[in-house]
Design a binder for this molecule. Structure first.
Ligand SMILES: Cc1cc2nc3c(=O)[nH]c(=O)nc-3n(C[C@H](O)[C@H](O)[C@H](O)COP(=O)(O)O)c2cc1C
Length: 173
């Protein structure tokens, strides 16, 4: 079983989150590829059971490199080639209520167009409310980008990786 995390990260925060999620997925037995959005060919996704998108919040929405990558997915979408994969998201924002909860569903919508079965985050999991909402892990890195990702956020990413792996086993195993 294989997972791929496609992400954009200018200052390393979303990258750190992706690294922790990778640990949670690997702990659960998945083989994981971390892939920078600008170096990801859409065909790479075909070989993976679980697909995670990670982005910083940029002007209230998805970052430019992730958006450019998303716009390359038309071909695999047209062929319904990625249906029934397990989908998840991670998002790093600078502030509170400054677009994180808009960026998460923006990433969801693409994964759902591709036919993914989405995995959220549950309110009895460690870090809920401080490092994740129901849509998945988020970081709040502050105006100067020095505040995160917090320990809670990194714990969330690890736990979310395990949850994605569990759902993956039910659906793809
Ligand atoms: C051009 C630009 C626009 C940004 N817009 C937002 C925004 O609308 N809301 C927000 O919370 N953070 C915003 N930020 C802060 C980024 O979310 C922050 O730099 C990012 O989470 C850091 O993650 P990274 O290190 O993975 O790039 C913006 C940053 C840049 C450079």
């Amino acid at each position: 079983m294989k997972a791929i995390i496609v992400y954009q990260s200018a200052y390393g925060h979303a990258g750190q989150m992706a690294g922790k999620m990778k640990e949670g997925l690997e702990e659960s037995g998945l083989e994981v590829t971390l892939s920078a959005a600008k170096k990801t060919d859409p065909k790479m996704l075909l070989d993976h059971d679980a697909i995670i998108f990670g982005s910083p919040v940029r002007m209230g929405s998805v970052g430019n490199e992730m958006k450019t990558f998303i716009d390359t997915l038309g071909g695999v979408w047209l062929e319904s080639a990625l249906q029934n994969r397990v989908g998840g998201v991670l998002v790093s924002g600078g502030g509170f209520n400054a677009g994180t909860e808009m960026t998460q569903p923006a990433l969801y919508s693409t994964l759902m167009e591709l036919g993914s079965v989405m995995v959220g985050f549950v309110n009895d999991m460690p870090g809920y409310g401080t490092g994740a909402n129901h849509w998945g892990p988020y970081a709040q890195v502050g105006l100067e980008g020095k505040d995160g990702p917090s320990e809670d956020c990194l714990t969330v990413c690890y736990e979310y990786g395990k949850r994605v792996a569990g759902v993956n086993k039910s659906i793809r195993g």
